[in-house]
Design a protein around this ligand. Structure first.
Ligand code: ZN
Length: 194
């Protein structure tokens, strides 16, 4: 028979915390890697904003903020690399402060977290899945916008766009999704790479 001094002691013994505090001492690792994913529904009457760039299209993405699915995936990846949870934890969609806000400003906030932990962007690779419109003409603008916020060179940012061959919700033009992988490197190891 075991006796525990408190419920907290019992919980600590038998339960894994739902949201563990980052067990890695901040700034200790040379590299950090993060993965991000996001999806938004396509609707009428909304601007289509991807990577901070407004793209002419009859539909836009639905969401609490500007619903920039690419930037959200990047934010999620960076938060993941920092071991700091997910985008919803830092920018809850119930918070009126983020209603209609540009996702680039949220990305700027996340970059402050990166710098605060002693890192800088090493590189970012992303994929957007969208059946339409054609995104290729806009990719270099998106890279430019993201590289400014991420304080990185264009060469450190990669954006790919693909269709899903007509399959699934992206193929039916019901929504778009984005994936991002980011690597962060200790800021003082390589200096500013601009
Ligand atoms: Zn989102």
């Amino acid at each position: 028979m075991f006796f525990f001094a408190s419920f907290a002691a019992l919980r600590e013994t038998f339960m894994v915390p739902v949201n563990p505090v980052n067990p890695v001492k901040k700034g200790l690792d040379m590299f950090r890697i993060g993965f991000g994913y996001d999806v938004h529904r396509l609707v009428e009457g909304r601007p289509l904003i991807l990577g901070g760039v407004e793209i002419p299209y009859a539909f836009g993405l639905e969401g609490h903020s500007d619903a920039d699915v690419l930037t959200h995936a990047v934010i999620d990846a960076i938060i993941g690399a920092l071991g700091a949870g997910d985008i919803g934890r830092h920018f809850p969609d119930t918070d009126p402060a983020y209603k209609g806000v540009s996702s680039l400003s949220m990305l700027g906030t996340v970059m402050d977290m990166v710098k605060g932990d002693g890192y800088r962007l090493n590189n970012l690779d992303t994929t957007i899945t969208a059946q339409a419109p054609k995104l290729a003409p806009h990719l270099s603008n998106m890279r430019g916008r993201l590289s400014e916020i991420l304080e990185a060179s264009i060469g450190q940012i990669n954006i790919k766009a693909t269709t899903s061959e007509g399959l699934g919700f992206c193929g039916k033009r019901e929504g778009m999704e984005a994936f991002a992988v980011v690597s962060l490197v200790k800021a003082k190891t390589q200096g500013v790479n601009k």
